[in-house]
Design a protein around this ligand. Sequence first.
Ligand SMILES: O=C(O)CCC(=O)C(=O)O
Length: 225
Amino acid sequence: MEDEAAVRNLLCAVFGDSEDDSGEDGIFSERQWEHVEEVEGLWICRDFLSNHEQQELIDDIEAVESWFTNPNENQAMRFGGLPLWALNLSALVHSCVLEEQLSKRSKILAREVISREPLFDQMIVNSYKPLEGIGAHVDLLRFEDGIVILSLVSSRVMTFKSCEDGSRKVGVLLRPGDLLVMSGEARYGWTHEINTNPAQQIWDGVPVPQESRISVTLRRLCRQN
Ligand SMILES: O=C(O)CCC(=O)C(=O)O
């Protein structure tokens, strides 16, 4: 299929070519999109990046950017002028969402979001130590609809709470390589948080091992009228 070929070509351009694309550490991931039924507009792309791709990205983040070499630093932000690796990541999000929307008629991002240029122009990279998290929040309204978060290194449960009815809570397990996409209701009508209550780090009755974690959030600033 043409779209699949386009995504493969983009991956080759970003992460290089490999003869082994089948094993766990193969270049190409086995992407699987899941809609979180309870929260409209919340999607997770499982294995968005393969182990190899994740490692390449972590190397870029840690070495190329020299971020987080100081243990007291845990957040890095960029507005506009995104580094090449983030532009490549953004291009990959674009192709993968588009491919899924065209092939399965899934509505992951609205037409005006997926067709805007650039898709993202702001980035936050968060580095978490074990047991660290982020408080419940809705992303600032100065950012447009359509926000993605890539999880790296280790898993965490992220909890969504309805802004209208705080008793409506939905947990999602984010594994290394997973991409979370929030739009519409999920972006504006639910808060998201990690680890504000460590007891939440239980998934299917089993504790989620608390290791360091890195996340990359891509968003776009609202244009001034
Ligand atoms: O680290 C995460 O997965 C969430 C990041 C986030 O919500 C934020 O930076 O606003």
